[in-house]
Design a protein around this ligand. Structure first.
Ligand SMILES: Nc1ncnc2c1ncn2[C@@H]1O[C@H](COP(=O)(O)OP(=O)(O)OP(=O)(O)O)[C@@H](O)[C@H]1O
Length: 289
């Protein structure tokens, strides 16, 4: 029998095996009921580090219920939600309060914008940045020495984030005077101010125009690549989803009916049927919107 040693082989050495990206968020078997209504049924979903993961589905499919379950607003009756923080520690999120989950590194925006309408753009972001400081907003109000330095840092961070989302020229304007698209970007800046490792965006393109949608896609990619933040995104706009998402999970009647790269998911017969069975089919594109 002849044996060949690796050293005798010509050509480049084999590339070392690349380990799969670590999961940041693992949702397993999550079921959420409201009385007799099953809003989520045995939902599994994994977001890997560095990933942009979209959740799509017809109206009432359970997308926002899923976000609410991940962020402590809803308490699913069954399942597990594990968040892996940078050191590799796993934290169970179910049963935790929203502000605990935020402190662990999960921030979100809302389908219905929730800004402080009478505060300026800068103040909206600064309040969130202050909440992430050790002294917190109360320490800053009380004028504690450490709090003063933290307040300055929070203001600088807020200015940076306003610049990141393209609102640096608007920092002194009241939130409710901004256009709808600008308010959505302000919400993103505010969520980023809490220092998340995982950002949940609930329909960030809703009500925005085509230019704003393109800018939003670029912003989501920058947040993901430059700030190294994993993104979980609910979105109905399929061109936006396909342009930013690495993976897509499709919900229908609270169940996951497909999961995979956007190009595969769009062709999945169960996904096509789910959308054809609703009024949501976009006749212009013949694909889920
Ligand atoms: N707090 C609640 N109490 C009772 N039912 C609820 C509650 N929240 C959600 N539901 C129900 O759960 C189901 C899923 O709703 P959800 O808002 O999660 O869907 P969605 O996919 O986000 O829809 P949309 O695209 O219209 O925002 C719906 O039947 C809804 O009525």
């Amino acid at each position: 029998m002849t044996t060949t040693t690796l050293a005798a082989r010509p050509g480049p050495a084999p590339a070392p095996a690349r380990s799969a990206p670590a999961p940041v968020l693992q949702v397993s078997g999550v079921t959420l009921r409201f009385g007799g209504l099953v809003s989520l049924c045995d939902v599994d979903l994994t977001v890997c580090r560095g990933e942009i993961h979209a959740v799509i589905g017809p109206n009432g499919a359970g997308k926002t219920s899923l976000f609410n379950s991940l962020t402590g607003a809803y308490a699913p009756q069954e399942g597990r939600v594990l968040l892996r923080t940078d050191g590799g520690t796993e934290h169970s999120l179910l049963g935790r309060k929203p502000h605990h989950i935020n402190r662990l590194g999960v921030a979100r925006t809302f389908q219905n914008i929730r800004l402080f309408a009478a505060l300026t753009a800068l103040e909206n972001v600064k309040v969130a940045a202050e909440s992430a400081t050790r002294s917190g907003p109360l320490g800053i109000v009380l004028g504690l020495p450490r709090a003063k330095a933290e307040e300055r840092a929070a203001e600088a961070r807020a200015q940076e984030l306003l610049a990141l989302v393209g609102l640096d020229g608007r920092s002194e304007e009241r939130a409710d005077s901004l256009s709808y698209g600008d308010q959505r970007r302000l919400e993103i800046a505010r969520a980023l101010a809490t220092g998340p490792r995982l950002l949940l965006l609930d329909e960030p393109a809703a009500g925005t125009n085509p230019t704003e949608k393109r800018e939003l896609a670029a912003l989501i990619r920058r947040i993901n690549r430059e700030l190294d933040i994993s993104v979980l995104l609910i979105e109905h706009d399929m061109p936006l989803v396909t342009s930013v998402a690495d993976r897509v999970t499709v919900l229908n009647f609270g169940r996951v009916i497909a999961s995979g790269p956007p190009s595969e998911v769009q062709r999945d017969p169960a996904v096509v049927e789910a959308y054809l069975g609703t009024s949501e089919t976009d006749s212009r594109q013949g694909e889920p919107r």
